[in-house]
Structure formats: C-alpha cells, structure tokens
Design a protein around this ligand. Structure first.
Ligand SMILES: [Zn+2]
Ligand SMILES: [Zn+2]
Length: 396
C-alpha cells in the first residue's frame, strides 16, 4: 500500500500547499476557528465523508468508512488554531489578520490531515477499517481536545487509538522524530493568595507582613523539586508572578503569587499538588497568615503508546527508509493537549514530530517566533506517514 499512498500524496501536493497557505493567510485564535472549520468541513464533504461541525464550538469531525464499514476505527487529529503574534515573514501567503499568525504550524497540521482524508478516500474500497478525522480547536493553552472528547468524539463508532503529528523546526524536512513512552509534561497553573494584616511600615510588629510570608513561600516551593521529588522524575514548580504592595511605607494586607507546575508522570504531578498544599499550610501557620491556594488543571502528561509508535516507525521505514527516522531519547517539559484524546489513558495515543526545517530556504526559526515558517516539501511526507500508519493499524 505504501506505493499507492506515496503516489497520491505527491499528486495532491499542490492542494496541500494551497490549503496550508489559505489557513496561513486567514489565521484564527482558539475557539474562534469559524472560517477555518468551514473550509475544512467543505473539503471533507466534497470527499463524501460524514461530517460533524460545531463540536466543542469550532471543532470538526469526519468519518471515513472502510470496506464493508466494519473493523476497527482509528482517530487522527490536527489542531487548527493560530497564535496572537504579528507575522514578520515576507512571503506571498503572509497572514492577513493583524496580530494573528500560524507560528506553531497548525496551518500545516490542518492541511496535512485534509491530505490524509484525500489519500484514504481514494483507497477506501480497500481500507481495512474506519478512520475518524479530528480537527480540533484551541490547542494553544485553552484546551480544545478535552471538550471534544467530552462531546463524544471517541464514540460511534468507538475509536480504539488516536495518532497525530507536530511540525518541528529543529529537524530537517521529512525527518520523523519519535519517542516511546513519556513525551510531554502536564501543565497546571497555581494561584496563591496570602492575606496578612496590613499596617505602617515603621510598626511591623503590629502587622502580619504578606510580602515576607510570600517570600518564604517562594523559597519553600523550590524544595518540591529539589528535596521532595525523586531526582529521576522531572518536575517544575515555577513562580511566574509575585504581586504585593502599593507604597514604600505601607505593609500591605495581601500578596498574590501564580505559577506553573509541570511533571512527566501523573503520580508525580498529583504528589506535587499535595506538597504545595502542605507547604502553604505550614507557612501560613508559622506566620499567622491566611493562604488560599487554587490549582487549575491543565493538560495531562503525554505518553506515547509503544505499540502504536511501532506502527508509525514501520510506516516511516517502509516509505522512506531507516535514515528518515529519528529516535528521540528525552521527553520535553512542554505540554500538548493532544494527549487528552487518550480519555485519561483509556486508549492508546501517539504523536510524532515532523521535521520542517530548511536552512537553504531560510526556514530555521523556532515555533512561536514571528519568523516561524514550515518547509512545504514536508506536507506530503506528513500525510503519507499518517495515512500508512492508520492503514497498518487497521489491517492488524
Ligand atoms: Zn504552539
Ligand atoms: Zn503547536
């Protein structure tokens, strides 16, 4: 099947580029992807797929039934949202929306997934199962994956695995980078409000100084990673904001901290919440202050299922040879909401990175920078790898 898939991927290259440039020119932020979703839905309907729109606000789901309409169902996901950045590239397809741009490559992901739908639609008479296409809103921080799953994206027919890719500026065009197991971190936000007793700066003994309390707290929080967690389990507790006070001679009533908690394992993540709670309670007690802590749950730690990964590796080797495959050893403390498609680790999921760097074309800037771009020669590679992986998974 690899020959047919690669042949079609190349035949539709121009469409992949056109679609990607369209999304690039008209970027939309999370949960605002109305035009993007409409474009995607139109293309999917033209292919004769069953299409659902308005899933989790702006998400689109399409179902391609294989031969006989029976067999397993695999999901493939792309994220559609752009970033609130002013693009600085001087290209014909430059963003036409002021202050918004596809600087994370989600324009490429959306085009690549449309490409997979085109490839597999042409081969559907032989397709050994069903494929569900998830075009999700709001990956950048707002979390569009979870509400899609809550809206029933994984049911009817039941999806038994989900795969995805993310473009990656650190590897040359066409390289596929993959890691078994732990791949991305959880990303929770915490907010700590300290209430002391305000007063005159010259009479500190009559006050409970929330700035001093907050300072102790910032230092104590450093021990979560350094003293309370197994050193082989990475965890990050970063205080990102510290707000208190209004004048040099006043001890304020309150102080406010906020920050992020990152962990690669769910048990480490949960232990960290507990430790933060204990530390804040202890500090509050020792200073006689009141401390309220709130933790906003973000994305789950990402875990790539090794057997699903094997299908991806086989597809890459089959299509392009062993040289195009890069085995990544280290996880990242970055986070990805794709992993919410595992429905809290109920089904296997796997994501790989697709190299899109091309120094000769000047495409060498990191994601989220105003000069980020994607080498479009990688688009058919992405579509072909996802299509063949899905095929092999369904055939087994
Ligand atoms: Zn991003
Ligand atoms: Zn991204």
């Amino acid at each position: 099947m690899k020959k047919e898939i690669w042949k079609i991927a190349n035949e539709i290259k121009e469409e992949l580029v056109t679609d990607r440039r369209h999304f690039h020119m008209y970027p939309e932020l999370g949960f605002e992807e109305h035009q993007t979703a409409a474009y995607v839905a139109k293309k999917l309907k033209e292919l004769g797929l069953e299409v659902k729109i308005g899933v989790a606000k702006t998400g689109v789901i399409a179902l391609l039934k294989g031969k006989g309409g029976t067999g397993k169902t695999i999901g493939i996901r792309a994220d559609m949202d752009a970033l609130p950045i002013q693009e600085e590239n001087d290209v014909s397809y430059k963003s036409k929306h002021d202050g918004k741009a596809h600087m994370c490559g989600h324009d490429a992901h959306t085009a690549i997934l449309l490409g997979v739908a085109k490839i597999l639609s042409r081969l559907k008479e032989q397709l050994p199962g069903n494929v569900k296409f998830f075009f999700q809103p709001a990956e950048e921080g707002l979390g569009g994956a979870r509400p899609m799953v809550e809206a029933g994206a994984l049911a009817d027919p039941e999806v038994s695995a989900v795969i995805a890719l993310h473009v990656f500026d650190e590897y040359d065009t066409g390289k596929v980078v993959i890691k078994d197991g732990s791949f991305t971190a959880s990303a929770d936000k915490f907010y700590i409000d300290i209430t002391g007793k305000g007063g005159h700066a010259a009479a500190p003994h009559e006050t409970v100084d929330p700035i001093v309390v907050a300072s102790h707290l910032v230092v104590a929080l450093q021990t979560v990673a350094s003293r309370s967690t197994d050193p082989v389990d990475p965890v990050v507790v970063t205080v990102g904001t510290f707000h208190a006070g209004s004048a040099y001679n006043i001890i304020p009533e309150t102080a406010h901290l906020s920050g992020t908690i990152r962990a690669l394992k769910q048990d480490v993540r949960e232990a960290t919440w507990e430790q933060i709670k204990q530390i804040t309670e202890g500090v509050a007690k020792s200073f006689g202050a009141t401390i309220a802590t709130k933790i906003d749950l973000g994305y789950n730690p990402g875990f790539n299922d090794p057997s699903l990964n094997q299908h991806i590796k086989n597809a890459v080797i089959d299509l392009f040879g062993e040289d195009q495959l890069v085995i990544e050893e280290e996880p990242t403390m970055g986070a990805e909401d794709f992993y919410d498609f595992s429905d809290n680790y109920r089904i296997p999921v796997s994501m790989f990175w697709l190299g899109t760097r091309n120094e000769e074309k000047g495409i060498k800037y990191p994601g989220h920078s105003p000069k980020f771009d994607v080498d479009e020669d990688a688009l058919p590679v992405g579509s072909a790898v996802l299509a063949l992986t899905a095929w092999n998974y369904l055939a087994k």
